[in-house]
Design a protein. Structure first.
Length: 193
Protein backbone atom coordinates (compact mmCIF):
# COMPACT_ATOMS: atom_id res chain seq x y z
CA UNK A 1 0.00 0.00 0.00
CA UNK A 2 2.85 2.40 0.83
CA UNK A 3 4.27 1.94 -2.67
CA UNK A 4 0.88 2.72 -4.22
CA UNK A 5 0.51 5.83 -2.07
CA UNK A 6 3.99 6.98 -3.04
CA UNK A 7 3.30 6.36 -6.72
CA UNK A 8 0.10 8.32 -6.49
CA UNK A 9 2.00 11.12 -4.80
CA UNK A 10 4.55 11.04 -7.61
CA UNK A 11 2.11 11.48 -10.42
CA UNK A 12 0.07 14.09 -8.62
CA UNK A 13 3.30 15.97 -7.98
CA UNK A 14 4.02 15.97 -11.69
CA UNK A 15 0.66 17.59 -12.27
CA UNK A 16 1.26 20.19 -9.62
CA UNK A 17 4.89 20.98 -10.49
CA UNK A 18 4.52 24.70 -10.26
CA UNK A 19 2.22 27.21 -8.69
CA UNK A 20 1.84 28.59 -12.20
CA UNK A 21 0.97 25.27 -13.77
CA UNK A 22 -0.56 25.38 -17.20
CA UNK A 23 -1.34 22.08 -18.81
CA UNK A 24 -1.20 21.43 -22.52
CA UNK A 25 -1.52 18.07 -24.19
CA UNK A 26 -0.77 16.72 -27.59
CA UNK A 27 -3.52 16.26 -30.19
CA UNK A 28 -4.18 12.58 -29.39
CA UNK A 29 -5.93 13.50 -26.15
CA UNK A 30 -8.01 16.32 -27.58
CA UNK A 31 -10.95 14.07 -28.38
CA UNK A 32 -11.36 13.32 -24.67
CA UNK A 33 -11.42 9.56 -25.29
CA UNK A 34 -7.81 8.69 -24.46
CA UNK A 35 -5.40 9.80 -21.77
CA UNK A 36 -2.98 12.46 -22.98
CA UNK A 37 0.41 11.22 -24.20
CA UNK A 38 2.48 14.20 -23.09
CA UNK A 39 1.56 16.99 -20.71
CA UNK A 40 3.47 20.23 -20.20
CA UNK A 41 3.33 21.34 -16.59
CA UNK A 42 4.39 24.64 -15.08
CA UNK A 43 4.64 26.48 -18.37
CA UNK A 44 5.46 29.69 -16.48
CA UNK A 45 7.61 28.12 -13.73
CA UNK A 46 10.74 30.10 -12.90
CA UNK A 47 12.87 26.98 -13.40
CA UNK A 48 11.16 26.19 -16.69
CA UNK A 49 8.28 23.90 -17.67
CA UNK A 50 8.16 20.16 -17.12
CA UNK A 51 7.43 17.79 -19.99
CA UNK A 52 5.58 14.85 -18.42
CA UNK A 53 5.24 11.71 -20.52
CA UNK A 54 1.86 10.51 -19.28
CA UNK A 55 1.77 7.60 -21.75
CA UNK A 56 5.03 6.13 -20.41
CA UNK A 57 3.82 6.46 -16.84
CA UNK A 58 0.62 4.51 -17.53
CA UNK A 59 1.89 1.86 -19.97
CA UNK A 60 5.31 0.87 -18.61
CA UNK A 61 6.09 -0.97 -15.39
CA UNK A 62 7.05 2.23 -13.63
CA UNK A 63 5.63 1.42 -10.21
CA UNK A 64 8.22 2.23 -7.53
CA UNK A 65 9.21 -1.43 -7.28
CA UNK A 66 9.15 -1.87 -11.07
CA UNK A 67 6.69 -4.75 -11.01
CA UNK A 68 3.51 -3.09 -12.24
CA UNK A 69 1.74 -0.30 -14.00
CA UNK A 70 0.74 2.89 -12.23
CA UNK A 71 -3.04 2.97 -11.80
CA UNK A 72 -4.92 6.15 -12.72
CA UNK A 73 -6.12 6.70 -9.16
CA UNK A 74 -2.60 6.74 -7.81
CA UNK A 75 -2.50 10.31 -9.10
CA UNK A 76 -6.14 11.08 -9.85
CA UNK A 77 -7.14 10.22 -6.27
CA UNK A 78 -10.57 11.86 -6.55
CA UNK A 79 -11.50 9.61 -9.48
CA UNK A 80 -12.69 6.73 -7.30
CA UNK A 81 -15.43 6.16 -4.75
CA UNK A 82 -14.80 7.94 -1.42
CA UNK A 83 -14.61 4.60 0.44
CA UNK A 84 -11.65 3.62 -1.75
CA UNK A 85 -9.92 7.00 -1.44
CA UNK A 86 -10.10 6.73 2.36
CA UNK A 87 -8.02 3.55 2.21
CA UNK A 88 -5.05 5.58 0.92
CA UNK A 89 -4.30 8.39 3.38
CA UNK A 90 -3.92 11.29 3.20
CA UNK A 91 -6.46 11.18 0.37
CA UNK A 92 -10.07 11.27 1.42
CA UNK A 93 -11.85 13.02 -1.42
CA UNK A 94 -13.89 11.70 -4.33
CA UNK A 95 -15.34 13.89 -7.03
CA UNK A 96 -18.21 14.02 -7.36
CA UNK A 97 -18.78 13.02 -3.74
CA UNK A 98 -21.24 10.26 -4.73
CA UNK A 99 -18.88 8.77 -7.32
CA UNK A 100 -19.34 5.02 -7.86
CA UNK A 101 -16.70 4.30 -10.53
CA UNK A 102 -12.92 4.07 -10.45
CA UNK A 103 -10.99 5.76 -13.25
CA UNK A 104 -9.28 3.47 -15.74
CA UNK A 105 -8.17 4.02 -19.34
CA UNK A 106 -11.07 1.81 -20.46
CA UNK A 107 -13.59 3.89 -18.51
CA UNK A 108 -12.14 7.10 -19.96
CA UNK A 109 -12.61 5.75 -23.50
CA UNK A 110 -16.30 5.17 -22.74
CA UNK A 111 -16.87 8.37 -20.74
CA UNK A 112 -14.77 11.44 -21.50
CA UNK A 113 -15.90 12.96 -18.16
CA UNK A 114 -14.63 9.99 -16.12
CA UNK A 115 -11.71 11.94 -14.64
CA UNK A 116 -14.07 14.27 -12.79
CA UNK A 117 -12.09 16.99 -11.02
CA UNK A 118 -8.62 17.92 -12.18
CA UNK A 119 -5.81 18.63 -9.74
CA UNK A 120 -6.03 22.42 -9.82
CA UNK A 121 -9.76 22.32 -9.05
CA UNK A 122 -8.76 21.64 -5.43
CA UNK A 123 -4.97 22.19 -5.33
CA UNK A 124 -4.93 25.81 -6.41
CA UNK A 125 -2.01 28.21 -6.54
CA UNK A 126 -0.99 29.77 -3.24
CA UNK A 127 -3.30 32.61 -2.22
CA UNK A 128 -5.95 31.48 -4.72
CA UNK A 129 -9.35 29.99 -3.90
CA UNK A 130 -9.83 26.54 -5.44
CA UNK A 131 -12.69 26.01 -7.88
CA UNK A 132 -14.37 23.18 -5.94
CA UNK A 133 -13.42 23.77 -2.30
CA UNK A 134 -13.74 26.69 0.10
CA UNK A 135 -9.95 26.62 0.61
CA UNK A 136 -6.84 24.72 -0.47
CA UNK A 137 -6.66 21.35 1.35
CA UNK A 138 -4.27 20.95 4.26
CA UNK A 139 -2.60 17.67 5.15
CA UNK A 140 -0.80 16.78 8.35
CA UNK A 141 1.96 14.38 7.38
CA UNK A 142 3.32 11.75 9.74
CA UNK A 143 6.08 13.20 11.89
CA UNK A 144 4.98 16.78 11.28
CA UNK A 145 3.47 19.02 13.92
CA UNK A 146 1.97 21.50 11.47
CA UNK A 147 -0.33 20.86 8.50
CA UNK A 148 0.96 21.48 4.98
CA UNK A 149 -1.17 23.58 2.64
CA UNK A 150 -1.38 21.40 -0.46
CA UNK A 151 -1.10 24.03 -3.18
CA UNK A 152 -0.68 22.69 -6.68
CA UNK A 153 3.08 23.13 -6.37
CA UNK A 154 3.19 21.20 -3.07
CA UNK A 155 0.96 18.41 -4.32
CA UNK A 156 2.83 17.91 -7.62
CA UNK A 157 6.27 18.04 -6.06
CA UNK A 158 5.29 15.63 -3.30
CA UNK A 159 3.57 13.19 -5.67
CA UNK A 160 6.38 13.09 -8.23
CA UNK A 161 9.34 13.44 -5.92
CA UNK A 162 8.15 10.91 -3.36
CA UNK A 163 7.54 8.27 -6.04
CA UNK A 164 10.85 8.91 -7.78
CA UNK A 165 12.68 8.79 -4.42
CA UNK A 166 10.97 5.50 -3.58
CA UNK A 167 11.85 4.03 -7.00
CA UNK A 168 15.53 4.94 -6.58
CA UNK A 169 15.50 3.48 -3.05
CA UNK A 170 13.79 0.26 -4.19
CA UNK A 171 15.83 -0.12 -7.37
CA UNK A 172 19.23 1.53 -6.92
CA UNK A 173 20.49 0.09 -10.22
CA UNK A 174 17.98 1.95 -12.41
CA UNK A 175 19.71 3.40 -15.44
CA UNK A 176 18.81 6.07 -16.01
CA UNK A 177 17.47 6.74 -12.54
CA UNK A 178 14.34 8.89 -12.34
CA UNK A 179 14.95 12.45 -11.19
CA UNK A 180 14.68 12.57 -7.42
CA UNK A 181 13.04 15.26 -5.32
CA UNK A 182 16.40 17.01 -4.93
CA UNK A 183 17.17 17.30 -8.67
CA UNK A 184 14.83 20.02 -9.89
CA UNK A 185 16.53 20.73 -13.21
CA UNK A 186 16.18 17.15 -14.41
CA UNK A 187 12.44 17.83 -14.80
CA UNK A 188 12.30 21.62 -15.19
CA UNK A 189 13.83 22.67 -18.51
CA UNK A 190 14.27 26.27 -19.55
CA UNK A 191 13.98 26.76 -23.28
CA UNK A 192 16.78 28.52 -25.08
CA UNK A 193 15.72 32.09 -25.76
Amino acid sequence: MKVLTILAAFILAIFLVSSTTKITTDASAQNGKKPPEVITLGADAKLGPVRFNHLDHITKKWSADGTGLIACVECHHTAQPAAEALKHPPHKTAWPADRTTTLTADLLEKDSNAVGAVCRDCHARADTKPKLLPEIPQVKFEGSTEPTVMTNQQAFHRRCGDCHDEAVKARSTLDPAPPTSKKCLQCHKKSAA
